[in-house]
Design a protein around this ligand. Structure first.
Ligand code: ZN
Length: 371
């Protein structure tokens, strides 16, 4: 009986602790608002299972994605590297996709058919997604693999180009191979965030060669163990699609409409990151304190990322440091000294954790009507 009581107390405490944790960023549920004209699809297009060098069965990947509130995933098994082959022989390289499809059938989660083309440097690792059949992409020559992926209409991106195993300085090395693939329209994107690593040098390459900016978990173990229990969220790519469908998502990726997100880091082209941040903060209140020219604002962060800002407005703050954070889902009150009563003001904030180019953070403007 005593043991049972202990157990009940322990369970109650666990539930309480879990509920507390979930109020902050360690909550694994990801959410971002849609931007004008597009749906913001939350996607992870670099994932492994036991069918290559991962440690879990494909159905677990589907369940994890549902817990994370993702819209789309791709299981991108290495075609050429299968350490579990002796235990899990599978001549058909589409098996992982098929198992995930069966698991996702009852759910609103898009499963994108994909594979990883794996070579040593300078070719490196590349994911082909929106493929039709993984088997013919397994080729001796990398050139032939890319050409087959193109034939299938695949969107192909360069994985972790800054990975120190392949780029010892930790900076991407763009070789003749990539240049040729870009020219042939066989390489369309590049990871700037891979698992916990962000390389601004990869972002520079994305901008220079007009490659789509990607962020992925590259998960091999469990999302829970590798990210959630460490207080992190899984890295994702937000894809701005006309609707939630595979075709629409593919169109958006070819068009480069993405923002890569990892915790409070967001990386994207200005034309997409700026509107995303604009709708990420909702002005809930703007009214003057009675008999003063001090304007009180309530700013709500409607995303699952903590956002760090620096005041760049014409007006200084009355009551806050000019550098401040609005936690995920939280509302921050700030007061502006507008010096005279204004019917409308412009709030300008620099998003310090967000990058539109190496070392360049966007300044976001909100035109606010006051009460
Ligand atoms: Zn991989």
């Amino acid at each position: 009986m005593k043991n049972q009581l202990y157990l009940i107390c322990f369970l109650l405490i666990s539930v309480f602790v879990t509920a507390q944790e979930h109020e902050h960023q360690s909550s694994r549920t990801l959410s971002f608002p849609d931007i004008p004209g597009y749906k913001s699809l939350k996607t992870d297009l670099h994932i492994h299972t036991v069918f290559s060098d991962g440690y879990v069965w494909p159905n677990i990947r589907v369940m994890e994605a549902l817990r994370d509130n993702l819209d789309a995933i791709s299981l991108t098994e290495h075609l050429e590297y299968q350490p579990h082959l002796a235990d899990i022989p599978h001549p058909d390289r589409n098996r992982s996709y098929e198992i995930a499809m069966a698991e996702a059938k009852e759910h609103d989660l898009l499963i994108i058919h994909g594979s990883e083309i794996t070579r040593s440097a300078p070719i490196g690792h590349n994911n082909a997604v929106f493929i039709k059949d993984a088997n013919p992409i397994l080729q001796d020559k990398a050139e032939a693999a890319f050409s087959e992926a193109k034939k299938q209409g695949a969107f192909v991106f360069w994985n972790h180009p800054a990975w120190h195993n392949q780029a010892p300085k930790g900076n991407p090395i763009l070789s003749g191979f990539q240049k040729e693939r870009i020219k042939n329209r066989e390489l369309h994107g590049i990871e700037v965030i891979n698992s916990v690593d962000y390389a601004q040098e990869s972002l520079a390459l994305a901008l220079e060669h007009n490659l789509t900016i990607m962020g992925t978990s590259d998960i091999h173990g469990l999302i829970d163990w590798d990210y959630t229990v460490k207080g992190n969220q899984r890295p994702i790519t937000l894809v701005f699609a006309k609707e939630k469908s595979i075709e629409s998502m593919q169109e958006a990726l070819f068009a480069g409409r993405t923002v890569a997100v990892y915790n409070d880091l967001m990386v994207g082209k200005e034309e997409f990151l700026t509107p995303l941040l604009q709708v990420s903060i909702v002005v809930k209140k703007a009214s003057y304190i009675k008999n003063t020219e001090v304007l009180e604002l309530e700013l709500e962060n409607v995303t699952s990322s903590d956002l760090l800002f620096q005041n760049e407005s014409e007006y200084s703050f009355y009551d806050s440091s000019p550098v401040f954070e609005i936690g995920a889902g939280e509302t921050k009150k700030v007061s502006l000294k507008t010096l005279a009563h204004k019917d409308e003001i412009t709030l300008k904030l620099k998003a310090l954790g967000c990058f539109i180019a190496p070392k360049v953070q966007p300044i976001i403007q909100w035109n606010i009507k006051t009460d």
